[in-house]
Design a protein around this ligand. Structure first.
Ligand SMILES: [Zn+2]
Ligand SMILES: [Zn+2]
Length: 340
């Protein structure tokens, strides 16, 4: 059976996402796929024969080329080349990557992710995981369409439904909750309590003075609801970049150790957070770690390799990494933080 046009476009999206292609360019394939599904493959084939594909809104030379290859033959070779071109080489972190049983930080179309819960879950499964923690943004992050109480509850219902479709693969509930300027968490306590995993991150006022930022982060880390401190410095290392937030890392990591909150090794190529010297300090403080992709699209779930390579290079033991735990052990750990 030849590949359908929609599946071919979907595969291009996946492969370009893992190469961190510009999202505007990826969106062209996403939109083209939606159009194909809307019009039907027969209508698309008819237009291809007539030579009027590019008269359709949103179909340009690149998307038309993929459609033509899918219809006329040649798509397999095209995708194989793109696969090779975008493949993420597995380095010294290979053994560690194999030991990871899940990913604790991922986004879906509920907030600013590019794919629904089920697609993200199936991709994580295909990558060999036993579970995926869905951690969409909290309400104050309006730019990312963060989930208010009602939408989070609705998402939990959807996760409940999708769980049955993907079992025995597990979808764990979670949130990437904003650490507000005063250190409070941007979601109701009873909901945070109910979720399997809570990642807490700073997304606003990243350049506040160090003493305030330290207090802000410690407040969050000390919450018994918080399991993982997300991308702790907020830096961006690609393009124009963004400087690290300033805080006293000894105090923050001491708090992480004290309250058994894991420090995230964020695998996003443009974040690579924390930088190695801070990661070394977290190790000195005996912190637990979590190697997470912060994926906003299915292809980005492959990025764990980057964090694993970094951890292997630094001789970090797998026992220290929370997502080497099986799902039930991870959930039990998350429910057992000391409160003082
Ligand atoms: Zn996001
Ligand atoms: Zn974040």
């Amino acid at each position: 059976m030849p590949m359908s046009v929609a599946d071919a476009l979907d595969r291009v999206v996946y492969l370009r996402d893992r190469a961190l292609a510009e999202s505007r360019r990826i969106q062209a394939y996403v939109k083209a796929r939606e159009l194909v599904l809307e019009l039907g493959e027969e209508e698309i084939a008819r237009r291809h024969e007539e030579g009027t594909l590019q008269d359709l809104p949103g179909i340009g030379p690149s998307t038309a080329k993929v459609i033509a290859l899918a219809l006329d033959g040649g798509i397999d070779e095209f995708l194989a080349d793109l696969d090779a071109e975008t493949a993420i080489p597995v380095g010294e972190g290979a053994a560690l990557r194999a030991a990871l049983k899940g990913d604790c930080h991922s986004h879906t179309t509920w907030s600013d992710g590019g794919a629904p819960v089920e697609v993200m879950a199936r991709t994580a499964m295909a990558l060999g995981h036993e579970y995926l923690v869905v951690t969409d943004h909290s309400p104050r992050l309006t730019i990312a369409h963060g989930l208010n109480r009602a939408r989070l509850l609705a998402q939990l219902e959807e996760i409940e439904r999708v769980r049955e479709l993907v079992a025995p693969f597990r979808i764990l509930t979670g949130i990437e909750v904003d650490i507000l300027e005063d250190g409070a968490l941007d979601q109701d306590d009873d909901l945070l309590e109910q979720l399997d995993i809570v990642v807490a991150s700073v997304h606003s006022k990243l350049s506040m003075p160090a003493p305030e930022m330290t207090r802000r982060m410690v407040m969050a880390v000390a919450s018994p609801h918080v399991d993982i401190l997300g991308h702790c410095t907020g830096r961006k290392v690609v393009g124009s970049g963004r400087a690290q937030s300033k805080f006293d890392p000894d105090i923050v990591f001491a708090a992480c150790a004290r309250f058994d909150t894991a420090v995230e090794i964020n695998c996003r190529p443009e974040r690579q957070d924390p930088p190695e010297e801070l990661l070394a300090l977290a190790l000195d403080w005996d912190c637990r770690l979590s190697i997470d992709t912060d994926a906003h699209a299915p292809g980005q779930l492959e990025w764990q390799v980057y964090g694993c390579d970094k951890a292997a290079k630094m001789d970090i033991e797998p026992e220290r990494i929370v997502n080497t735990m099986a799902a039930d052990d991870l959930i039990a750990w998350a429910g057992s933080h000391p409160t003082e």
